[in-house]
Design a protein around this ligand. Structure first.
Ligand code: NAD
Length: 482
């Protein structure tokens, strides 16, 4: 039975006065309503911000190790519930069970990681040029932060934002994406049961233009960390900066894998297929361009088609390896791009449509799709598709591969498949992307190293994850003590 969920304000799940709700539906079977959530109003958002502001001083004065202990207990609770949360994630967002299990496990690990970081946030004592003075630096929280997150990693992304924010002593107002807010609720329950004080975390569901905008504009919110599309992100960035907030924006990608003549074409095709069709192509770091040297081009395209046609699409809850797209609109958008690719003159090698098996009748499935003969100027080589579509672009040299890799507005992740250490290093030096991989797919991140993009993929000023993930949520005071 679908559950009518409320929103979380000042330590309580409360019903919204708006009287309006939205349904979260299973993308593999849209008749299956996973949950209902309220559309929170401007006034309710403001009340939650007020609760966060009121709770901030006490939370910041709580010793770091105690804040960390709350995160550690929440990690243990989420770990205990991980199978149930995994199923909810697959049911509301559509990704295959092993992918959902990996994401929930990642959220657990992130909570443990920042629980440890809270023990020692930094700060230093230095000698002064005056014998009577001691110099001390301390790492301080910013205050109250707004977190706005997308649907495609609906538990990992909220966790990688709120864990460092809370570890550092900030209070939080979180706005999860409407397509998949149920796992954010489960995460909130773990934190509440772990002893997070009232008001320290508040979770508001509803429309981006109401809840998201109110957070972005509100004068008592000190910083906004946003992950989502470039179009919404640039708007959020402008508004947040105009109201004097610190802003972090992580946005779209058009991630390339370059395949050099020394690569084994079959192995390169496996790497590209994993990056392009994993999580149904709905990752910001998904591989959407294969830039392939003509020496290995024909063999590579054949092998990639074979990889694409080997994928078994179906409901994740029934054990299939590749799930549907998250919504009918997302599927339409992908199918529109297939038409664009064909009209631009690219060769549709495989896929491009809705699969015909009976198990696909109800869900938002799209076949894994490979275009060859793609030119870098085509829209399918320039715009983020956010579905299981990859375009193969032929190039005649390493230099040309680098130029094509850089030939979009985005700069999130990029990889190269080569046996040459020199090529691998030069690719990393010259390609403008925040994540560079060698002989690996563009997707997949480790939690203890910085993550973020360049160019239109990111605001670039701050990175997420690892030690760098704390920088956004903190500032430094230098005390001269005479
Ligand atoms: P989206 O931009 O549509 O929405 C993101 C969030 O912003 C949602 O919570 C939404 O409700 C909110 N929002 C919408 N309008 C708003 C407004 N006017 N003011 C404030 N908030 C508003 O993105 P999406 O469809 O949920 O996610 C997919 C996108 O996210 C893709 O472009 C993908 O590349 C990107 N993404 C980037 C990263 C990264 O780290 N770079 C990671 C995952 C996803």
């Amino acid at each position: 039975m679908p559950q009518a969920h409320s929103y979380y304000c000042d330590g309580e799940w409360v019903d919204s006065d708006s009287g309006e709700t939205f349904a979260v539906r299973n993308p593999a079977n849209p008749d299956d309503v996973v949950a209902e959530f309220p559309k929170v109003t401007v006034e309710e958002t403001e009340r939650a911000i007020e609760a966060a502001v009121d709770a901030q001083e006490a939370w910041a004065s709580t010793p770091g190790p105690e804040r960390g202990a709350v995160l550690r207990r929440a990690a243990a609770l989420l770990d205990e519930r991980s199978e149930a949360v995994t199923e909810t994630l697959t049911r509301e967002e559509g990704k295959a069970l092993p992918e959902a299990r990996g994401e929930v496990g990642r959220a657990v690990d992130i909570l443990y990681y920042y629980a440890e970081k809270a023990r020692d946030l930094g700060g230093d004592v230095k000698a002064s040029s005056s014998a009577e003075t001691t110099l001390r630096t301390s790492v301080e929280p910013l205050g109250t932060v707004g977190l706005i997150t997308p649907w495609n990693y609906p538990i990992a992304i909220p966790t990688w934002k709120l864990a460092p924010a809370l570890a550092a002593g900030n209070t939080v107002v979180l706005k999860p994406a409407s397509m998949a807010p149920t796992v954010a609720r489960e995460l909130t329950d773990c934190l509440a049961e772990a002893g997070l004080p009232d008001g320290v975390l508040n979770v508001l569901t509803g429309s981006g233009s109401v809840v998201g905008s109110t957070i972005t504009e509100h004068e008592d919110v000190d910083a906004v960390s946003f992950t989502g599309s470039s179009s919404v992100g640039s708007q959020v960035g402008e508004t947040a900066a105009a109201t004097g907030k610190r802003v972090q924006l992580e946005m779209g990608g058009k991630n390339p894998t370059a395949v050099m003549p020394s690569a084994d074409p079959a192995e390169a095709a496996r790497i590209v297929a994993d990056g392009a069709f994993g999580v149904t192509g709905q990752a910001c770091t998904a591989t959407s361009r294969a830039i392939v040297h003509t020496d290995v081009y024909d063999e590579f395209v054949d092998a990639l088609v074979e990889e694409a046609e080997s994928k078994e699409l179906g409901p994740g809850l029934d054990g299939y390896g590749m799930g549907p797209q998250v919504s009918a609109d997302e599927r339409e958008s992908t199918l529109d791009y297939v038409e664009v690719g064909e009209s631009e003159g690219a060769t549709l090698e495989t896929g491009g449509g809705v699969p015909a098996e009976p198990r696909h009748e109800t869900g938002h499935y799209v076949e894994p799709t490979v275009f060859s003969d793609v030119d870098s100027e085509m829209r399918i080589a320039q715009e983020e598709i956010f579905g299981p579509v990859v375009g193969v672009i032929p190039v005649g040299s390493f230099e040309e591969a680098v130029d094509v890799a850089n030939d979009t507005e985005f700069g999130l992740a990029a990889s190269v498949v080569t046996d040459s250490l020199g090529e691998a290093e030069r690719f990393g030096d010259r390609v403008d992307a925040g994540v560079i991989k060698v002989n690996e797919k563009t997707t997949g991140l480790e939690l203890h190293v910085p993550f973020g993009g360049m160019k239109a993929s990111s605001s670039e000023t701050y990175r997420e994850q690892g030690d760098a993930g704390l920088d956004f949520y903190t500032t430094t005071k230098t005390r001269y003590i005479n």
